[in-house]
Write a protein that binds this ligand. Structure first.
Ligand SMILES: Nc1ncnc2c1ncn2[C@@H]1O[C@H](COP(=O)(O)OP(=O)(O)OP(=O)(O)O)[C@@H](O)[C@H]1O
Length: 332
């Protein structure tokens, strides 16, 4: 566990970026710091690896004050991922990932093998290993950034707006992959974002900060949406928090209607589109059996005809849902 106790950061020009912040960050979970611009998210994050030194208060990891450790030794146990990946431009992908293992004195072969394994783990083709960062897309660079931070297998990962600079589709993929990866690796992740949707999606716990570096609320996302402590949090999580809360409603089984003849399927039974008189229109969002009600509602709302297609784990269409089915599931 990482614990902040009355932590304050005042910069030399007098700016109080973080003000008597006290919170607990549980191990092996994702805790997200979110809040408006300038509320002290990055400052709070960077005080954990001491790239910014606190002015007063105490920060401890598993009960031990981080100031009692050598800063370099401390950082070895903490991976760090930033917005533009921060890769070394003159090093290949594999050498970027192997940076910390090499600093730790691992032999070349072991560092390289680990780097190649990580490349695959973050969803990249090993063929990219010898490329330079400038030869990668923004999303690929971010994946390399994550792989590099994981290379020495640190128990803690700090991630500062790692997915902000990529387009929404890639961002969504990166978020999904982080969640998938986290199910395997179970790191203590502290993640900074200004995007409440990202916070709700990724966080086991979400800390909302207000400008001046004060904690407004720290809670699991469903609790934040259901019981915001004050108007600031209510406004920050948004007027559509009822819709957002659907993310956490997982009906055991949503009844589906049989597939209508207008639904075009490919050979494997996956939905391709809706046949109309003149064309085939895209299905858009689909809903996987067992997904949240939000996913089901998205499938209904983005469908050209109001029918959301339900697929099974293999991607085969198994039925359709409409708004009546979703509304009934909500009432039950
Ligand atoms: N080196 C510095 N010297 C003086 N003030 C600073 C310094 N770095 C940050 N600040 C100020 O501290 C406050 C908190 O900054 P910080 O970067 O931690 O916020 P943030 O929540 O991460 O913001 P953003 O979402 O815009 O990145 C801001 O008012 C910022 O202007």
């Amino acid at each position: 566990m990482i614990e902040f106790e009355d932590v304050t950061k005042q910069y030399p020009d007098g700016t109080v970026a973080v003000d008597t912040l006290s919170l607990r960050i549980p191990s092996n979970e994702i805790t997200v710091f979110v809040g408006p611009s300038g509320c002290g998210k990055t400052t709070s994050l960077r005080m954990i690896n001491r790239t910014i030194e606190r002015t007063s208060g105490r920060i401890s990891i598993d009960g031990e004050d981080i100031n009692s450790k050598d800063a370099v030794a401390l950082r070895r146990g903490i991976g760090y991922v930033i917005q533009h990946a921060g890769l070394f431009p003159h090093k290949t992908v594999v050498d970027n990932i192997a940076t910390v293992p090499k600093l730790l004195g691992w032999d070349k072969r072991r560092a390289r093998t680990t780097a190649m394994e990580l490349l695959e783990r973050v969803g990249l083709d090993v063929k990219l290993a010898e490329r330079y960062p400038a030869q990668l897309s923004g999303g690929q660079q971010q994946r390399v950034g994550v792989a590099r931070a994981l290379a020495a297998d640190p128990p803690i990962m700090l991630m500062d707006e790692p997915f902000s600079a990529v387009d929404p589709i890639v961002r969504n993929q990166l978020q999904e992959e982080l969640l998938r990866l986290q199910r395997d690796i179970g790191k203590t992740i502290v993640f900074v974002t200004h995007d409440i949707d990202e916070a709700i999606k990724l966080g086991d716990n979400v800390a909302i900060l207000r400008v001046g570096g004060k904690l407004a609320q720290l809670a699991p996302p469903s609790e934040l949406l259901a019981n915001p402590v004050d108007d600031f949090v209510r406004d920050f999580v948004g007027r559509d928090r009822g819709y957002r809360a659907l993310t956490f409603v997982h009906p055991d089984e949503l009844p589906v209607k049989p597939l209508p003849a207008e639904l075009v399927l490919d050979d494997a039974g996956a939905p391709v589109g809706w046949r109309t008189d003149h064309e085939v229109q895209p299905v858009n969002a689909v809903y996987k059996q067992g997904d949240s009600l939000r996913a089901a509602l998205d499938a209904v709302l983005t469908s050209p005809n109001g029918w959301g297609v339900c697929i099974d784990a293999n991607g085969r269409a198994v039925g359709i849902v409409d708004q009546v089915i979703v509304a009934e599931a909500l009432r039950s």
